[in-house]
Design a protein around this ligand. Structure first.
Ligand SMILES: Cc1ncc(COP(=O)(O)O)c(C=O)c1O
Length: 394
């Protein structure tokens, strides 16, 4: 490896596995012997169709998706667009159920577990969209709002302290949470236990395919690609088929936010982001070569555990996140002053360690150590942290 090797700790768009970039480079001008770049192929062509099918097959294999019960969708507009899509589509499903049960006009509740910036944004988007729903009043209920409880994010109280809406007495359309809060470095280490009649929805944008997942527990698992799965531009939705509702049922919603339209057209109602899907496909192949989710999880655990262990043993660095919910993907930490943090970042850049700055809303340092980041890069970071601490705590 050359001396200009760069260690990329960016939170997203983030590091892509080197072999994936190399394969894409090799195939840049002619993919699969077509004589054309993947970017030049019609999305309805046979070669692109084969890429899409293989990508879905590999994702289903990696996540052990019960394929007869779930659909895999490739959508656009980033994970942020899904904040609205989830709301519209699942409120539509609940409206349909209420109509069929002769309960038209009753209140619909959507539950949110707010553990950081992204689940907060998702809840805010649902709140904003309430007035667009006709026929039923809708209420957004924050069954957990950690910032309200503790004045800051950094913990996930046990489930018996949450205030989930009772589906026996209310019409709960779904329960929503963000599995890994990228900004605050908070990650669920368990799947919330909820009533089996209520769809559970999770945003896995920043820990997608970083560990095994039991898809059967979820109504929807979704995430943007640009952290663990490839470049920005595509969002992957794994949705249980019974949640796909006809476009003419429920709230009027833009066609491009409708899950059933996407499913009925195999994610090709309009032109999908073909290059991004191709890159996701290559990343999935790489993940399979690594041994799948069990294997990558083991490496991810090793990487994050050694970094947290070092932070906990030091006097200079401090994790603001409680140990029970620390992210294995986004390790956030503080130094004893902002001046030192600036100096730390400067020294890191000089050593080719990039994109370590914490999110602008919280400051501090954030080392994103996604699947593609090799373990040796974490070791190098720890060596630098050690050296920096020695120099600054004499
Ligand atoms: C957990 C999580 N959810 C949602 C988003 C928003 O994604 P996008 O920028 O693709 O809309 C992000 C982006 O960083 C994220 O980390």
């Amino acid at each position: 490896m050359s001396s200009s090797y760069v260690l990329n700790f960016g939170a997203g768009p983030a590091k892509i596995p080197q072999p994936v970039l190399e394969k894409a480079q090799k195939e840049f001008l002619s993919v699969n012997g077509t004589g054309m770049s993947v970017m030049e192929l019609s999305h309805r062509s046979k070669p692109f169709g084969a890429i899409l099918e293989k990508t879905k097959k590999d994702l289903a294999q990696l996540m052990s998706i019960p394929q007869q019960d779930y659909s895999i969708l490739f959508m656009q507009g980033g994970a942020t667009t899904e904040f609205a899509s989830v709301f519209y589509n699942l409120v539509a499903k609940k409206q349909l159920e209420l109509k069929q049960a002769g309960k038209e006009g009753q209140e619909i509740v959507v539950d949110y577990l707010v553990t950081g910036a992204w689940s907060n944004k998702a809840a805010q988007e649902a709140e904003r969209l309430i007035p667009t729903v006709v026929g039923n009043p809708v209420r957004v209920h924050r069954a957990l709002d950690v910032k309200k409880l503790n004045s800051k994010y950094g913990a996930i109280p046990p489930q018996n302290e949450w205030n989930l809406t009772d589906p026996k007495t209310h019409n709960v359309a779904y329960v929503y949470y963000c599995d890994n809060e990228t900004v605050h470095g908070v990650e669920f280490q368990f799947v919330p236990e909820i009533d089996s009649n209520v769809p559970l929805v999770t945003d896995v944008s920043s820990n997608f395919l970083s560990r095994p997942v039991d898809v059967s527990k979820f109504g929807i698992v979704y995430g943007g690609a640009q952290k663990n799965l490839g470049p920005a531009g595509v969002t992957i939705i794994v949705i249980r088929n019974d949640l796909l509702v006809d476009l003419n049922v429920g709230p009027i919603r833009p066609l491009m936010l409708d899950f059933k339209t996407a499913a009925d057209n195999d994610s090709m109602y309009n032109t999908p982001p073909t290059f991004a899907i191709y890159m996701v496909g290559l990343t999935l192949e790489w993940l399979l070569e690594q041994g799948g989710l069990e294997a990558i999880n083991e490496i991810n655990n090793r990487k994050s555990h050694k970094l947290y262990a070092f932070i906990d043993a030091s006097k200079l660095y401090k994790s603001p996140v409680e140990p029970h919910c620390r992210s294995h993907m986004n390790v956030v930490f503080r130094l004893t002053s902002e001046e030192l943090e600036k100096e730390f970042l400067k020294g890191a850049e000089e050593r080719n360690m990039h994109q370590l700055k914490g999110h602008r809303s919280v400051g501090g340092i954030r080392a994103s150590i996604y699947n593609a980041l090799p373990e040796k890069d974490v070791d190098t970071l720890i060596e630098y942290m050690q050296e920096f601490e020695k120099e600054h705590t004499k």
